[in-house]
Write a protein that binds this ligand. Structure first.
Ligand SMILES: *Cc1c(COP(=O)(O)O)cnc(C)c1O
Length: 424
């Protein structure tokens, strides 16, 4: 059976079923007959919840990123929650987070009655700025406030400056928990994968680089963290449910050693993840190709600022063979900058042409909950605010074929002409 079934299914144009007009979705998962077979295999096995498949997925994921431990959970949000729990976060403490992220990164801090300490981003990468992080930690120290951790987000799959962030965290004795929801498979400058060092949280949500529909993974080089997470993800029971029912000679009896959570990943979903993981190099290569295509088709458009990329990749030759291996960027998102005055009109114009786009992100300090709870102003994090007002994310996924990419680019160019003419 072909490994690429349904992936790049022809070059025929996608149509919106309602209007019959040409349309390019913002995101589309890439599922084949192999994922379907895997699900059916689990259904037929009679064991639906976490068991053999989840264990195998953990082993395979750990191997893929070079992690000492990998723990499958129900989402990246659960992964972040469990990681902070393992770090011993307590009520009233602070956790450094960039405001330029999805809700999950900061809400998990609130679960503990702890508070996000927002730190602005680097202008070029949209990742947390290590220098500003140092300043924020200095201030907190002077004010006698306890900071427990920092959660760097690898925005769109572009790795943060982990060397400087870790150095800074080390200086202040705080934990680093990576929000790697976008960052599989991303690499650091030393060639190691995101997830191979420290503690990182991956997402397998429907639009993430590999998916199980809903799901997540914690990788950690700390056996202590792994042990704690293993216990807390399933009610605080002293051993895995799998042990209790399936291992020969196991008894029914178990003990509760904590009040834990219900965050396990069922086999039904883990089985999908195992196939997606097998196909991930192929997915990544296709994403790199999308990004390169956009780069070359958009580089001449004056109004558009292309996304940042890892520094050493900027003058890399067109060596197709090694692209997948060398690229450090996971290319989960392809976010461009456009003139602020045109941003909203371009999004509507593109929608009329059937091109789905999104914005990553409206910063958390501009969301009413955080704005009101912490009395924040738009200008408190000027780089995040500015980037948000200029940002549009274009479709990027393995199934986006060349014709569709060209259609996106042509539509965007035309939309710019339209929007400039009407002067919005
Ligand atoms: C998707 C996402 C999450 C949450 O992932 P779930 O698996 O849906 O919980 C966390 N952080 C970022 C940056 C994300 O994009």
């Amino acid at each position: 059976m072909s490994r690429t079934t349904d992936v790049y299914s022809g070059n025929e144009d996608s149509k919106d079923p309602a209007s019959g007009k040409r349309s390019v979705a913002f995101a589309r998962p890439v599922l084949s007959g192999r994922e379907k077979e895997a699900v059916i295999r689990v259904l037929d096995s009679g064991w639906l919840t976490s068991g053999r498949e989840a264990e195998a997925f953990e082993d395979e994921f750990a191997h893929a990123v070079g992690a000492r431990n990998a723990l499958a959970v129900s989402s990246a949000t659960a992964a972040l929650h469990l990681s902070l729990e393992a770090a011993g976060l307590s009520e009233g403490e602070l956790v450094c987070v960039s405001p330029y992220t999805f809700a999950a990164t900061a809400e998990v801090v609130r679960y503990f009655g702890a508070h996000p300490l927002f730190v602005d981003i680097e202008e070029h990468s949209a990742n947390i700025d290590a220098e500003l992080l140092g300043k924020a930690l200095d201030h907190a120290q002077d004010a006698g406030k306890a900071v427990r951790a920092v959660i760097p987000v690898h925005m769109g799959g572009l790795p943060c400056d982990m060397e400087r962030i870790r150095a800074c965290a080390g200086r202040f004795g705080i934990e680093v928990i990576e929000d790697a929801a976008h960052a599989f498979p991303a690499r650091l400058p030393d060639g190691t994968m995101v997830g191979s060092t420290g503690t990182a949280c991956f997402s397998f949500y429907a639009n993430k680089p590999i998916t199980t529909g809903e799901g997540g993974m914690i990788t950690t080089d700390s056996d202590e963290v792994a042990e704690r997470v293993r216990r807390m993800r399933l009610h605080g029971i002293d051993r895995p449910v799998w042990d209790r029912f399936r291992r020969p000679g196991s008894s029914w009896e178990y003990d509760l050693v904590e009040a834990g959570f219900k965050y396990n990943l069922p086999d039904l979903l883990a089985a999908i993840g195992r196939i997606q993981l097998e196909r991930s190099s192929e997915f990544h290569r296709a994403r790199i190709e999308c990004a390169r295509d956009y780069d070359s088709l958009l580089s001449q458009v004056e109004e558009i600022e292309l996304p940042a990329r890892p520094v050493e990749e900027q003058d890399e030759g067109p060596d197709k063979e090694s692209e997948g291996a060398l690229s450090r960027h996971a290319w989960h998102l392809y976010s461009i900058g456009v003139p602020e005055t045109l941003r909203d009109a371009l999004i509507s114009n593109l929608a009329e042409r059937g091109v789905g786009t999104s914005v990553h992100y409206k910063p958390l300090h501009m969301m009413s909950y955080y704005r009101e709870r912490y009395a924040l102003a738009e200008n408190d994090f000027p780089r995040a605010s500015k980037r948000y007002r200029r940002s549009i994310s274009l479709p990027i996924y393995p199934a986006l074929h060349g014709g569709e990419r060209r259609y996106v680019v042509e539509s965007l160019k035309q939309a710019i002409v339209d929007c400039k003419r009407t002067g919005v």
